[in-house]
Design a protein around this ligand. Structure first.
Ligand code: GLN
Length: 348
């Protein structure tokens, strides 16, 4: 494991660009929505019975700028359950509470390369969850929430995610009941972690808090505000409230960059170049540090459980808004003039 002592005394400099003006962003968000409105690929999640009943045509987009600019298109205010996207924000709250090193030790920071509900991933790693953005790691993370009882832990999660969203979030009772009746697999994961001594407390109670956190009701607009808080050094750009520290944002986004779209996280980072988290109800939020966040909602998913239309629209927005973290251009014009030209093609 890398020893962070190597650079602990080195200050963290921040390099950020800026978004185009408000009008231009507004136009780009509308274009993104109309461009992918007709996309029908993928299927809605059905392993949580009530999710199978959702209207698959719903499609919302939202962009929130760190300066407070808001942009919504389509069904950006339609409520749906946050599902796995909660993992990113509960993880941030856990680091805020326990610190970078302790959470890294307990939950890990690496992609398992396996499906989000994989039992094998736990078995292959001696019960260490490895990845806080899949179910086992997220259950272990939820167990770290402060509180003497499961009820207190759940309140802490709900309050924390509400602070990220800038409004009180509530439980979707129908989604919670549907998932609570069918989540044998998550209960199995909780007990498996416990059998390895990786989970303190009653595993069924921890899984119940986790199931509730997944059933919190949000909109694409909420997700973009939540993501923009992580893009804004931990201060909610709409309410002005500090939710977590700058270091917590950095740590959370670094983990999410390589894990946020499950076993497809590499494809995502390669194509879109932003840390992002998806959930099986069809939401995705991508975070552009120092600039803002982009959220999509569309229920049809790929095989890994990621909304297809949200991926397409966020990919478009990442390009047009210049958000890809890996994209650069020469700093000085002369640099491009003197750049070596590509090797000539061989004549055949
Ligand atoms: N609540 C869901 C589960 O635990 C979340 C999974 C997801 O969004 N990928 O299975």
């Amino acid at each position: 494991m890398l020893d962070p002592a190597a650079w602990r005394d080195v200050p963290q400099e921040v390099s950020t660009g800026s978004l185009p003006g408000w009008d231009r962003v507004e136009e780009i968000v509308r274009n993104a929505h109309s461009r992918y409105r007709g996309e029908r690929g993928g299927t809605v999640a059905d392993y949580i019975p009530v999710l199978a009943e959702v209207d698959p045509e719903l499609f919302g987009l939202a962009v929130i700028e760190v300066g407070g600019g808001l942009h919504d298109a389509g069904d950006a205010l339609h409520p749906f359950s946050i599902q796995s996207i909660s993992k990113m924000f509960v993880y941030a709250l856990a680091i805020q509470e326990h610190g970078h090193e302790r959470v890294r030790e307990i939950v890990g920071v690496n992609n398992t390369g396996l499906a989000f509900n994989s039992v094998m991933a736990v078995e292959l790693n001696d019960g260490h969850p490895m990845n806080p953005m899949v179910n086992a790691g997220a259950i272990a993370t939820t167990a770290l929430m402060p509180g003497a009882t499961a009820v207190e832990q759940w309140e802490r999660v709900r309050e924390g995610l509400s602070a990220f969203a800038g409004r009180p979030l509530s439980l979707d009772g129908v989604v919670y009941a549907s998932e609570a009746q069918t989540n044998d697999r998550n209960r199995a994961l909780g007990r498996l972690l416990r059998s390895y001594g990786r989970l303190s407390g009653d595993p069924d109670e921890v899984v119940d808090v986790y199931t509730r956190q997944c059933a919190l009701s949000v909109t694409a607009h909420d997700l973009a505000v939540m993501g923009a808080t992580l893009a804004d050094g931990g201060v909610n750009p709409v309410t002005g409230e500090r939710v977590v520290s700058e270091e917590v944002c950095r740590d959370t986004l670094a983990v999410v960059a390589s894990t946020g779209l499950y076993e497809r996280s590499g494809d995502w980072l390669f194509e879109i170049g932003l840390p992002a988290k998806s959930g099986v109800a069809g939401g995705i939020v991508a975070v552009a540090p120092g600039k803002g966040a982009v959220a999509g909602f569309s229920p049809r998913l790929d095989e890994a459980g990621n909304s297809i239309r949200s991926q397409m629209a966020i990919g478009y927005l990442s390009r047009v808004l210049g958000l890809n973290l890996f994209a650069s251009a020469p700093a000085r014009r002369e640099a491009s003039a003197t750049a070596p030209s590509p090797a000539p093609q061989e004549q055949s």
